[in-house]
Design a protein around this ligand. Structure first.
Ligand code: OOG
Ligand code: NI
Length: 448
């Protein structure tokens, strides 16, 4: 039996191989990321692995895909469920980007700490919003929905094997092989000619809408390796003559702890595609929709920490440096960052009782804290990544009311619960703290 986590790790590896043949610049990015990580490890020693072992970081990827309908999203969720990946978080990118990005998104990822340790592969998954009148008028919406209803992104056998894998917690070798082949195939770029007129019509509204609804299949949009020093990577890519977007998204570079997520990308490359012209002839051309992204991950922030982040990230770096907690200890005791806690020593025989507060427990050496790594995404950064790869802002009629989407609605569309990322981190922290307190101060009964 090949368990879900092995399927997930194998899927991530094969997707990476496939994407490397489709987008050779991705391979360059992975190589450069590897060199940067080697250097950080050499200079930093153990502290370089504080936010994850080098094995985990080296294998770590996130992918991005885009689908058109709730049904397609449900099917994608079934494929990811087979890999032990569940929907986490709701991202509404329609207002986060200045350009027309008519999608709402979630991320599929493992949710249990031990599963994340085995392989943290995640996929940022966006769904088109044809009901949003700001982007699509009634006529275009109808034709778009009819087009989407006709296509099949995932072959029935893939979905059957995925459902079986989810029920059984894995697949036998033979079925696993079949499943992985079909799953990777579903995300390959299709050689089918693109209908030029239809694609162009959608492109006038939004390049993202055209990428999703202008073709008969889906494809991986980017696959992102994790790097330990993203500023160094940015410089090295530019030194190689690769044009990067103009900034690194997310928190500024500073000498305090890494938090949340910092991302950057190189610009979308022109990829050869075939087109069916209005007169029926087939021609070759190019589309610029896929790019290369890289990211550095830091400590997960609490709601309070996130509010602080959202406020400070807008301002100058000096303000950030003055106001954001500069040490892990402060992140912990001020309730800004998430940690797991472990009891350092047993309850002493002299009857001294451990202090009740976190600061006392940490400062007295009763507890050690380990940061919880941020496993999710940031709406503003995601919008920035989408946006920086659009050459045309598209069109939006702001006089129209937008269609309402939220986490609950998304959950109903997927027919699976969408986890709240803050709840997941908080639960992990609370479990560890409860266990540590139990060791430090057992009840009188368990003393006897
Ligand atoms: C997704 C863009 C967002 C990220 O890492 O924030 C994203 C897309 O382009 O489909 O991948
Ligand atoms: Ni991404």
């Amino acid at each position: 039996m090949v368990p879900a986590w092995r399927l997930r790790a194998a899927f991530a590896r094969r997707l990476s191989t496939m994407y490397g043949t489709e987008v050779p610049a991705y391979t360059t990015l992975v190589e450069v990321a590897g060199k940067v990580n080697d250097d950080v490890l050499r200079k930093g020693g153990e502290s370089a692995q504080r936010l994850g072992s080098i094995e985990r970081v080296t294998a770590e990827r996130h992918g991005a895909i885009r689908v058109g309908t709730p049904r397609e999203l449900r099917q994608a969720a079934q494929v990811f469920a087979a890999l032990g990946m569940e929907p986490v978080g709701f991202y509404d990118l329609r207002d986060a980007a200045a350009s027309a990005v008519p999608v709402v998104s979630t991320a599929f990822r493992p949710v249990l700490p031990e599963e994340l340790d085995r392989n943290p592969f995640r996929v940022f998954t966006s769904m088109l919003t044809p009901a949003d009148r700001r982007f699509f008028d009634a006529d275009l919406r109808e034709r778009l929905e009819a087009f989407l209803a006709r296509r099949e992104l995932f072959p029935p056998q893939l979905l059957e094997l995925a459902a079986l894998a989810e029920r059984e917690g894995g697949l036998d070798e033979e079925r696993a092989e079949r499943f992985l082949g079909l799953a990777v195939g579903a995300f390959e770029l299709s050689p089918e000619p693109v209908d030029r007129a239809w694609y162009s019509e959608l492109e006038k509204v939004s390049a993202v809408a055209a990428d999703i609804g202008g073709v008969g299949s889906t494809h991986i949009n980017h696959l992102t390796p994790r790097v330990l020093d993203i500023d160094d990577l940015y410089r090295r890519m530019e030194d190689r003559g690769i044009t990067m977007i103009d900034r690194i998204q997310g928190p500024p570079r500073w000498d305090g702890p890494d938090v949340l997520l910092r991302q950057t990308s190189f610009r979308a490359l022109a990829e050869p595609r075939t087109f069916r012209e209005p007169d029926g002839t087939v021609s070759t051309g190019a589309l610029r929709v896929r790019f290369g992204e890289v990211e550095a991950r830091g400590i997960a922030l609490t709601r309070k920490g996130r509010e602080l982040y959202d406020r400070l990230v807008e301002g100058p770096v000096e303000e950030w440096a003055a106001a954001f907690p500069r040490t892990e200890r402060r992140l912990a005791v001020e309730g800004v960052g998430f940690f797991t806690y472990e009891a350092v020593r047993e309850r002493p025989r002299d009857g001294r009782r451990p202090p009740g507060d976190l600061a006392g427990l940490l400062d007295g050496g009763w507890l050690s804290a380990r940061p919880i790594v941020y496993e999710d995404f940031l709406p503003r950064s995601a919008a920035g990544i989408f946006q920086s790869n659009l050459t045309d802002p598209g069109a939006r009629d702001s006089a129209q009311a937008g269609a309402h989407y939220d986490q609950h609605g998304l959950s109903e569309a997927i027919e699976r619960p969408v986890h709240d990322p803050f709840d997941l981190y908080a639960a992990q922290q609370d479990v560890s703290l409860g266990r540590a307190r139990q060791i430090l101060a057992p009840t009188e009964e368990s003393d006897a």
